[in-house]
Design a protein around this ligand. Structure first.
Ligand code: COA
Length: 465
């Protein structure tokens, strides 16, 4: 790839200008301010419209197509920042100083080494599990590696069950001439208590760092095992996005590939009270810990109405290409009342700002790349048709998932990793929001409206016919 990072930045900034132009007619939103609790709001099914808490982490405005993290426009962050800096911003509420940034990068690089976790995870049939199930398993194993909270009940010890002599087994052949690519399971580093210093390693800032760093290692290992390969040891000299790509593909990425991966991770890092964030927060509100919360976030993200949509998009594009005619394919989909993956959004009734960035990046990466070029052409046609039919009438536009898969495919990433990548990024938002919520925690407890029967008389089993 001979193109430059500057070109990628220019595409992002242009996407931001286009977004502002196209939504300038929308009224400016009433700027947000703290509420007097209890508040009144109109709530629909699926808690639509419900306001459950206050947050300073991020803001989504569906009519303007705004996505803001801690006051910064996501277009600006994508153009100028990287995933580590954005994670710091989300967790701490401000951009780091140079020394804070260096220290944070170093901590993440250290936390990427998950020897016991990977050894435990590889004791399971990961190659036959869904990648999201394996990722969730990895998070539970990370919890075990870092915390001692369950030790009394921990019987039998997982490590002794999984195998006796892994410490001596070299786990990977050196890929494509890269040195230090063998995951050295024998090297163990005892991680000290997290920066919270409260000794409760499952619930402090240290757990957030551990999860942000570690999810990338687990996801990359799962990607390798799914391709019949063994994990690759993290490279401490690489940034988070570059290292993640390296651990998945076995190849150190070019600066453009690293930049694109950073942008994808930034774009997915936080998005209001979406289903997985809410799931993570509900679990945290019971004073369970960050690992259980993130595990629940992963579980919620797995569904095709949420994170799973990006994989469905690729399958759909392949199906449409086979069908040969986008219009005919859409007619059939509409007749079958099928929702088109990658379109529509509960909040955005304008073009999703994340799709505004990922669309041009997918196009940029697809140029001259054979199969990706074909699929991109199908995607553009599908977008044109769907927006023509449903844009005005139902405010249906591409969402974040529509182009993300094409971007990942151009980076050499297999389809079953698209949703885990979403988790590798969203863990920053999950942990930031949980951390914030716990400052004023109140257990989540909405109500259901009972529409069942009353006054029924119990009939013994033998009399029920
Ligand atoms: N394709 C075709 N029609 C769609 C559509 C899609 N992807 N998404 C919504 N619609 C239509 C619905 O059929 C409905 O039409 P109706 O009013 O005639 O019944 C209308 O738009 C409202 O849809 P609804 O499902 O009520 O919106 P929602 O806010 O509950 O759901 C999503 C939002 C994201 C779950 C929904 O748009 C969807 O399923 N999209 C596809 C999956 C996807 O890409 N998910 C990733 C989200 S980031």
């Amino acid at each position: 790839m001979s193109r430059s990072v500057k070109e990628v930045e220019a595409l992002i900034l242009e996407a931001g200008r286009k977004a502002r132009r196209e939504t300038s007619a929308e009224p400016e939103p009433e700027l947000v301010r703290p509420a007097e609790w209890p508040i009144q709001c109109t709530v629909g099914p699926g808690l639509e419209g419900a306001i459950a808490c206050e947050s300073k982490v991020g803001y989504v405005n569906g009519a303007k197509g705004w996505l803001i993290y801690r006051g910064y426009d996501v277009f600006e962050l994508c153009a100028h920042s990287n995933f580590e800096e954005v994670s710091y911003l989300l967790l701490h509420g401000r951009l780091p100083s140079a020394s804070e940034y260096a220290a944070f990068r170093k901590t993440l690089a250290e936390y990427r080494h998950l020897h016991s976790t990977l050894r435990a995870v590889l004791g399971f049939p990961v190659e036959r599990m869904s990648t999201m199930a394996a990722l969730r398993l990895g998070v539970m194993m990370m919890r075990q590696e870092l915390t001692h909270m369950d030790e009394k009940e921990w019987h039998p010890r997982a490590m002794s069950v999984i195998g006796a002599d892994e410490d001596s087994i070299p786990m990977e052949t050196v890929p494509r001439g890269d040195k230090h690519a063998i995951y050295e399971f024998k090297r163990r580093r005892r991680l000290g208590p997290g920066p919270s210093g409260n000794g409760d390693e499952g619930s402090g800032l240290g757990a957030c760092y551990h999860l942000i760093a570690g999810l990338s290692t687990v996801a990359a290992a799962v990607a390798r095992v799914h391709r019949g390969r063994l994990p690759i040891e993290p490279d401490p000299d690489l940034g988070h996005a570059a290292n993640f790509l390296y651990m998945m593909t076995g190849r150190r990425p070019s600066p453009v590939e690293e930049k694109v991966m950073d942008v994808a991770l930034i774009l997915h890092a936080d998005h209001g009270m979406n289903a997985s964030t809410f799931a993570a927060m509900v679990v945290a509100s019971t004073l369970s810990d960050f690992y259980f919360s993130v595990g629940s976030g992963i579980a919620a993200l797995n569904g095709p109405l949420h994170g799973g949509a990006n994989e469905q998009v690729i399958h759909t594009l392949e199906e449409v290409r086979e069908a040969g005619d986008v219009g005919v394919w859409l007619d059939k989909a509409a007749a079958a009342k099928r929702k088109i993956p990658g379109f529509g959004h509960r909040v955005y009734k304008a073009y999703d700002p994340r799709a505004r960035v990922l669309g041009p990046l997918a196009e940029f990466l697809a140029q001259g790349e054979g199969e990706t070029t074909d699929l991109f052409a199908v995607a553009r046609q599908l977008e044109t048709h769907v927006v023509e039919r449903l844009g005005q009438s139902k405010q249906i536009f591409p969402n974040v998932d529509f182009y993300s898969g094409l971007v990942y495919r151009a980076l050499g990433i297999q389809t079953e990793m698209f949703t885990p990548i979403f988790a590798v990024s969203r863990v920053a938002g999950w942990t930031a929001r949980v951390l914030e919520y716990l400052e004023n925690n109140r257990i989540f407890r909405p109500r259901a409206r009972y529409v069942g029967e009353f006054g029924k008389e119990y009939v013994p089993l033998e009399d029920r016919g």
